[in-house]
Design a binder for this molecule. Structure first.
Ligand code: NAP
Length: 288
């Protein structure tokens, strides 16, 4: 698996497996199958509610000697910290316990809301204590990322943001490169929105290389130097999505993909009032 070196020297696999929206009773099996298919980066979050099952899939793969813990790169995320800071420390401990792990390879502030500075201080302390190998942010727009870097001593290693053919984040990637914060793509397939998997431009590009639309997208992200997470509950698609290291998109084909950019989220805007309202309600629900 190709790796990327983060700004603190930690090596991270460039392609990973995400477990968002996988039904609870399928998560452990999906994680196990993904590891079996060759994925080493596994991405979950406390708000997905499946940290436990993710940990079970990992444990089974380790017990069956498919991999060692060291060969895996496991991510989880802190949802929204209301305060006090000690609660973030507690949440990190809770994720570790729930997943049955001694350390996480990456831990992210999931959303750009709440006490992000208190959360960051707790995460820096946990990193120093060896419980988190890398730490970062998620869903921070470039302006917010720059402010966050400017106001903290420790720079985030990662910003996990939506990147897909409809929302390519080309300028955002340039800002992240300037600040040496690695971009990681969530929803690389835009969860199939706007008929992504049957898009004629992507399908025609793929046909030239004997590859599918999904493979073209993940390869395009690899060539842009972006870390990508793909999700599938189907072993045949897990195998398809990881089979992208034996071809290279030409410059013309990459340009054709660039022409698909709408520069708009296929989901929502994190600054839209109704969206922030939705997150605040979600936060209150999870705090009960
Ligand atoms: N930080 C954040 O706020 C955030 C937000 C969203 C996601 N994420 C992370 O990013 C990961 C990936 O994003 P995502 O799960 O939202 O969406 P995604 O990976 O863009 O799309 C997943 C969808 O595509 C289908 N699919 C997968 N491979 C396919 C293929 N080769 N051909 C046709 N269909 C295929 C899957 O169906 P099947 O499962 O039926 O195959 C599923 O419906 C998540 O699992 C999560 O870890 C993070």
């Amino acid at each position: 698996m190709k790796t990327v070196k983060l700004n603190n020297g930690v090596e991270m696999p460039q392609l990973g497996f995400g477990v968002y929206q996988i039904p609870l009773n399928e998560t452990a099996e999906a994680v196990y199958q993904a590891i079996k298919a060759g994925y080493r980066l596994i991405d979950t979050a406390s708000i997905y509610g499946n940290e436990k099952e993710t940990g079970e899939g990992i444990k089974r793969a380790i017990d069956e000697k498919l991999v060692t813990r060291k060969e895996l790169f496991v991510t989880s995320k802190l949802f929204i910290l209301q305060a006090p800071e000690a609660k973030a420390t507690e949440t990190i401990e809770q994720s570790l316990t729930t997943m049955g792990l001694d350390y996480l390879d990456l831990y992210l502030i999931h959303q750009p809301y709440g006490d992000i500075y208190g959360a960051w201080r707790a995460m820096c302390a946990a990193q120093k204590a060896g419980k988190l190998r890398a730490i970062g942010i998620s869903n921070f727009k470039s302006a917010k990322m720059i402010e966050f870097v400017g106001l903290n001593e420790v720079k985030p290693q990662i910003n996990q943001i939506e990147v897909n053919p409809w929302n390519q984040r080309i300028e955002d990637q340039e800002w992240h490169e300037k600040y040496d914060v690695q971009v990681e793509a969530w929803a690389p397939f835009a969860e199939g929105r706007h008929d992504l998997f049957t898009n004629s431009v992507l399908a025609e590009i793929g046909a030239q290389y004997g590859k599918t639309v999904g493979q073209v997208i993940l390869r395009w992200l690899m060539q842009r130097g972006i870390i990508a997470l793909a999700k599938s509950v189907r072993p045949e698609r897990m195998a398809e999505n990881i089979d992208i290291f034996d071809f290279e998109l030409s410059k013309e084909d990459s340009k054709k993909i660039t022409s698909l950019d709408t520069k708009e989220s296929a989901f929502f805007d994190h600054d839209a009032p109704q969206q922030v309202e939705w997150f605040m309600n979600r936060m209150k629900e999870t705090d009960k």
